[in-house]
Design a protein around this ligand. Structure first.
Ligand SMILES: CCCCCCCCCCCCC[C@@H](O)CC(=O)SCCNC(=O)CCNC(=O)[C@H](O)C(C)(C)COP(=O)(O)OP(=O)(O)OC[C@H]1O[C@@H](n2cnc3c(N)ncnc32)[C@H](O)[C@@H]1OP(=O)(O)O
Length: 357
């Protein structure tokens, strides 16, 4: 003979919760027809291990889909109200069935429930607002990166095209006046490149700060100290090779980033971005090293940037010592960035392959 378990209830504007006190319940069957809920199940209740059942006729219509979950201690049933609203009692009959009691763990009166809804609504609105903010930030960031990359692309394209055209027109002669014709734009692009260090440092782009710092500081050292400060270096052909190698990678790298801003890619461009540094980087470092070595006697003669020593010692330390140290640093920088670019290349092509599979 089935027994009746203890049932606790609570409501919200849209739902009814029933908690059936049955331990280790099995063979549970819960059904709702019209306004009547029927429960049947085997388990350990107030009267020991037995079959338990009950039925409830709700005050108002409910939806026929009912959900329940059984834990070790109880069965929790959720029934959705047909119409949103607050019920003055659970059952149609005014007298409360004896096995039914309020679930004080979940109990809320109407105003509590309304407060809960308002809090949920507020939370949802806040989340929406923060999502809007985030989206606004993302589009601002994308616009900023796109404009930055476009400016750099235009700058380096101008340099590359100008040098190539001059090479065709003036042949070898063009190697001697690269600095005079190109340096203004190169100064502009390389000063602007400091933005890349900030982008990496502030997480605007997901990349390491050190490789970017090495790249920007390394190039600006050559541009401002070696070429910029020594007039004797201005008409050296090495300027041509350094500028040409720098701009050759940048006319590929920046359009690659520009497409990346729109989550687009052009496979050939991606391949070029992650491949042509393999010959260009060592060549670039060699060209820069040649420039540094060429400048050493010039710094010795002009005593530019030499560090004066106290009068008692009487002489000064030539800047060329700094340059010897810099040559070593260049080699270290080359190794760090070569490894970094190799890792980026592997990561890029590995992910692509995985996506393709
Ligand atoms: C600490 C001070 C030390 C001073 C030491 C001095 C020693 C100096 C030695 C220096 C030697 C320098 C030699 C050098 O000047 C010679 C040359 O340049 S020769 C020419 C060849 N050169 C090159 O090929 C290097 C070109 N440069 C670079 O590639 C970068 O500057 C580098 C930092 C080296 C690597 O770039 P990065 O780490 O950013 O890799 P990724 O391109 O793969 O980017 C990673 C993700 O970030 C996104 N990203 C990056 N930048 C942007 C951007 N501007 N806009 C939009 N998105 C960007 C990129 O899309 C990647 O995202 P995802 O993975 O999602 O695609």
């Amino acid at each position: 003979m089935p027994l009746t378990p203890l049932v606790y209830w609570a409501q919200r504007h849209e739902e009814i919760y029933l908690r059936v006190e049955l331990t280790d319940a099995q063979d549970i069957d819960v059904q709702v027809h019209e306004k009547v809920l029927q429960f049947r199940g085997l388990g350990h209740g107030a009267k020991g291990q037995n079959e338990y059942d009950f039925s409830l006729e709700f005050l108002l219509p409910v939806k026929s889909e009912v959900s329940y979950r059984s834990t070790q201690r109880q069965v929790i049933i959720t029934v959705r109200k047909e119409q949103r609203g607050w019920w003055e009692r659970l059952t149609l009959q005014e007298r409360k069935p004896v096995f039914l009691a309020p679930d004080f763990d979940r109990w809320q009166d109407e105003s509590d429930a309304e407060m809960e809804i308002r809090e949920k609504e507020e939370k949802r609105n806040k989340l929406k607002a923060s999502r809007h903010k985030e989206e606004g930030f993302v589009s601002l960031k994308t616009a900023f990166l796109f404009v930055y990359n476009l400016v750099q692309f235009l700058g380096f394209s101008w340099i590359f095209v100008n040098m190539t055209v001059r090479l065709f027109i003036f042949g070898q002669d063009s190697l001697y006046d690269t600095f005079h014709t190109i340096s203004d734009v190169m100064f502009f692009c390389q000063i602007l490149a400091a933005v890349e260090v900030l982008n990496a440092a502030f997480g605007v782009v997901q990349t390491g700060v050190i490789p970017t710092l090495i790249q920007v500081v390394g190039r600006n050292f050559i541009l401002f100290i070696i070429f910029g400060s020594l007039e004797e270096m201005h008409n050296q052909p090495v300027v041509f090779f350094v500028f040409y190698l720098w701009s050759a990678i940048e006319i590929v790298r920046y359009p690659f980033y520009m497409l990346g801003c729109f989550h687009t890619e052009w496979k050939t461009l991606t391949w070029l971005r992650y491949t042509i540094w393999i010959p260009l980087y060592p060549l670039g470092v060699i060209a820069e090293a040649v420039a540094v070595i060429q400048s050493i006697p010039m710094f010795d003669v002009t005593k530019l940037f030499s560090i004066p020593l106290p009068k008692t010692i009487g002489t000064s330390v030539s800047f060329s010592y700094v340059l010897y140290i810099y040559l070593v640093l260049m080699f270290v920088g080359l190794v760090i960035n070569f490894r970094h670019l190799y890792k980026q290349r592997k990561r890029r092509f590995r992910t692509k392959k995985r996506k393709a599979n």
